[in-house]
Write a protein that binds this ligand. Structure first.
Ligand code: NCD
Ligand code: ZN
Length: 347
């Protein structure tokens, strides 16, 4: 038997889907991401949402101020698409270096009240994006209460994504944090202008994790974890070597007391050990050789940005991340806190 790989050196990866919040929270979560990734696409679902180029620039400065000295980390900014985001904001966004707009169907997830109620209302803005080369990042779930929570992603493909793809054939679309076999199959068949991000937690866990020994709110996110066959389809897609699938943690910090709550917030915090978690998932699939493309190349290529030049090294080592972090005046509990990890980033 060949001896297992125990050191992995990769081109510095990027996180193509990240929530960092604002204010004091930045000083906890931004250093975690900056220690691992060269760049991260920053989600705009603040309260109120980031809807103008000027707001995105000011937010970028607040994030940059939380990067520890001596570390090169670039936040890539996005705007939050609403029913009435004017088409002429797209040129300002492009000039400001904004890379994408995020589509949240109204009511789909955390801070999505301002989201889109009907995609047709956004068509002039989407046309401007297609012309300017800005990407559309999609939270792909329908919100109708009569659709089962576990089916919302698959229904979204038929009801929204297929018509959208047809109407904007050259708009670059990222189907964010896909969770189902249907989504993986759709992306594979949708041509070169469509890609998807996959989180570490959807590669590592199925929906049993939410209920193991009692309700475990730190495993609750949206789109919710699905059954094992879907997890396996995501592992197959992520490790396939297809450039249409790349890394997006969807690390989404919430104060622990709002997750351990009668109506707990959706979102898993993984930024403290993101690459360790992905390495564990790829290792379990016998596909460590596919991690670099997924984590460091395909996202940059799809966004039309240069690949990073630096490197990181992960070592096989059993270690225990902290059970919690300070989060302003509250506490932040990471995913699977109290469980040992098998890989460790070398600093
Ligand atoms: C995200 C958040 O908390 O902002 N939550 C989540 O469960 N992923 C929002 C989102 O990406 O859906
Ligand atoms: Zn997200």
């Amino acid at each position: 038997m060949p001896s297992p790989i125990d050191t992995l050196t990769l081109t510095r990866p990027d996180d193509w889907h990240l929530h960092v919040r604002d204010g004091e929270a930045l000083t906890t979560v931004v250093p975690h991401t900056a220690a691992q990734f060269g760049r991260a696409v920053i989600m705009p679902n603040l309260k109120p949402p980031v809807t103008t180029a000027a707001q995105a620039l000011a937010y970028r400065d607040r994030i940059a101020a939380a990067v520890p000295p001596g570390i090169a980390f670039e936040p890539l900014m996005t705007l939050y698409l609403t029913d009435n985001l004017p088409a002429d904001e797209i040129a300002r966004a492009k000039d400001a270096g904004v890379v994408a707009l995020k589509l949240y169907p109204a009511g789909a997830t955390t801070n999505s009240d301002a989201g889109v109620t009907d995609l047709r209302k956004t068509y002039r803005t989407l046309e401007a994006m297609q012309r300017a080369g800005l990407l559309l990042l999609v939270h792909g779930e329908v919100t109708s209460p009569d659709i089962d929570l576990f089916d919302r992603e698959a229904v979204f493909i038929d009801q929204q994504l297929i018509p959208l793809r047809r109407d904007f054939p050259e708009l670059k679309i990222v189907f964010e944090h896909i969770t189902t076999r249907e989504a993986a199959q759709y992306v594979q068949s949708a041509g070169p202008f469509t890609a998807a991000t996959i989180t570490a937690h959807h590669l590592l866990y199925n929906r049993n994790a939410i209920f193991l020994g009692g309700v475990r709110p730190h495993f609750y996110c949206l789109p919710v974890l699905k059954r094992e066959l879907h997890r396996q389809a995501l592992v197959d897609a992520a490790t396939s070597g297809s450039p249409q699938f790349f890394l997006g943690t969807d690390s989404a910090p919430h104060p622990a007391h709002l997750k351990e709550h009668a109506s707990g917030c959706a979102g898993c915090y993984t930024a403290h050990a993101a690459m360790e978690l992905y390495a564990q998932a790829f290792d379990a699939a016998g596909a460590l050789d596919k991690l670099e493309g997924f984590a460091s190349f395909f996202g940059a290529d799809f966004y039309g940005l240069p690949r990073n030049s630096g490197r990181i090294t992960l070592r096989r080592e059993t270690w225990m991340p902290p059970a919690s972090f300070a989060f302003g005046a509250a506490e932040l509990k990471p995913l699977a806190s109290g469980e040992a990890l098998q890989w460790r980033l070398q600093t």
